[in-house]
Design a protein around this ligand. Structure first.
Ligand code: FAD
Length: 472
């Protein structure tokens, strides 16, 4: 351990007590690799503050000793943004002890949650007061409000409610100089120039430590219906979405699933079953909801899917008979990444292009990647209605264990070039972290990179906030 780190750790322990400073390597070990197990880091300690004041003390010590901090929530991020560098030169800052919901109000339609609150906990708290926080993702049992805000996470209800940016009314954060930005008042209108809140959303811990977030709530769902449909192609899936959107406001989730991904889930995830009896090359999961107890969304969706079937937009459809079946349909979608992880080596690309261009992009990118790298399986799944899919490339069955290291960069290069040529983004919702940093630098317009660097330098001149992430 370096002298500066040793001093920081000793002083943190003195100021904050032993609970806030973990130095046992066994306790730190599970938190220094990323969720996919691709990037392995090291840290001499894990600091775990329990209040905003303790975060202030830690940030001041980090500035004094010039020791970088790596903020971390649930460590479920997909870009290794919360993974410290391998040389042990930075200290992990776990926000999980800051896990209080400070206030929640149906009247204000707001919840103020500390950074370490788990998403599922917030869902439950909102439900208890007849409200709902309408962002959900597969990692909801472990990801935190601080991580979701710092990555501007999206998820499966973006179609109707937007990403974290739309659902965040304000942020409280400790800035790199140790000052506290308090933006939790939840003001609907506040035009005092640059929005620090918006700057901190999606900053991946590079501009400060988010300690609490004011979040917008919506009325709880009174009725929800989930359907699974079989379609011929991504184009037909998009046709279905447009068909539904033209006739109802109830659709809030629309997920594309290729047959190949469904088969992987059925193979690896216990208790899963195919929703339809016949085979379909593609599938679309549709979720429709209403906050109005009098609305019969199930009957409406059934009637619309019947019409879509008659018009040849879909090949088949089944509506979940109850909540358990609805959850089972969602599980088939949510477990794709986990099933891939069990299956073997997978290269993940979280990309976006204009919604109307997405079906063509999926088909063309798949064909080009599979032609150039024989044996690999490329497929796109996810948030078709947002123009965002997870374009994943799996190793050929005969691939060597070091396939990822040998071919990964070339494949990603190709996918990112195709996305950029299509006017899209190489990171739709997962952020840049360290995994996408080189590609971001290679492909982003110079003006964008320059602005990022200027903002970073202005707010964090000592470079103590999550260096090596997001900002080239
Ligand atoms: C199964 C699964 C499904 C997923 N599905 C989706 C999806 O549909 N859509 C989507 O957008 N994402 C998805 N994700 C990834 C998603 O980004 C994360 O789950 C979540 O946003 C990260 O939260 P976390 O608390 O785990 O953050 P971490 O992984 O701990 O951190 C993520 C980044 O935020 C920073 N950070 C964390 N907390 C703070 C803080 N308090 N202050 C400042 N910086 C902080 C970290 O330094 C890091 O850069 C999925 C992940 C998994 C594992």
């Amino acid at each position: 351990m370096m002298e500066a780190e040793a001093q920081l750790i000793a002083q943190a322990e003195k100021q904050l007590g032993p609970r806030a400073v973990v130095t046992d390597p066994k306790e730190i070990e599970p938190w220094v690799s990323d969720w996919r197990g691709r990037v392995h880091g090291a840290s001499p300690a894990m600091l775990a503050p329990a209040s905003t004041e303790e975060v202030v003390a830690i940030v001041k010590l980090a500035a004094e000793h010039r020791v970088p901090l790596v903020p971390q929530g649930g460590n479920t991020g997909m870009a290794a943004g919360a993974t410290p560098p391998a040389d042990g030169s930075a200290v992990l800052l776990s926000m999980r002890r800051m896990n209080r919901i400070r206030s929640i109000s149906a009247e204000n339609r707001l919840a103020v949650a500390e950074a370490g609150v788990i998403l599922a906990t917030l869902h439950d708290a909102a439900h208890d007061i007849g409200m709902r926080f309408p962002l959900t993702i597969g990692s909801r049992g472990s990801c935190t409000i601080g991580g979701l805000t710092s990555t501007n996470a999206g998820g499966t209800q973006v179609l109707k409610f937007g990403m974290m940016r739309s659902l965040t009314a304000g942020v409280e954060a400790v800035l790199p100089d140790g000052s506290v930005h308090s933006g939790l008042s939840g003001l609907k209108k506040d035009n005092r120039g640059y929005s620090l809140d918006q700057l901190l959303i999606g900053a991946e811990g590079t501009l400060g430590v988010i300690t609490a977030v004011a979040l917008r709530l919506v009325p709880a769902v009174a009725s929800r219906v989930v359907a699974w449909t079989g379609v011929e192609s991504p184009m037909k899936a998009l046709d279905l979405l447009r068909f539904l959107e033209a006739r109802t406001n109830a659709v809030e989730g629309f997920e594309l699933v290729p047959e190949d991904s469904l088969q992987l889930v059925l193979k690896h995830i216990p208790g899963t079953r195919p929703p339809l009896s016949g085979a379909h090359p593609w599938h679309a999961l549709v979720e429709a909801t209403s906050a109005d107890g009098g609305a019969d969304v199930a009957a409406e969706l059934e009637q619309l899917l019947g019409a879509a079937l008659e018009q040849g937009i879909i090949g088949d459809a089944v509506i979940a008979a109850n909540e358990a079946q609805a959850e089972a349909f969602w599980k088939l979608r949510d477990e794709i990444s986990e099933a891939e992880r069990i299956e073997g080596q997978t290269l993940a690309h979280d990309v976006s292009v204009a919604v109307a261009d997405m079906p063509r992009f999926i088909n063309e990118a798949k064909a080009e990647v599979e032609r150039k790298f024989p044996g690999v399986i490329a497929s796109g799944f996810g948030h078709l209605g947002d123009g965002n899919i997870h374009f994943h490339v799996r190793a050929a069955s005969h691939a060597a264990p070091d396939w990822y290291e040998r071919e990964g960069a070339a494949i990603t290069h190709m996918v990112d070039d195709l996305v950029t040529a299509a006017g899209g983004s190489i990171s739709a919702e997962h952020g840049i972290g360290q995994l996408k940093l080189a590609e971001f630098e290679r492909l982003a317009p110079p003006g964008r990179i320059h602005a990022l660097q200027a903002i970073k330098h202005a707010l964090d001149p000592l470079g103590i906030m999550n260096p090596g992430k997001l900002v080239p």
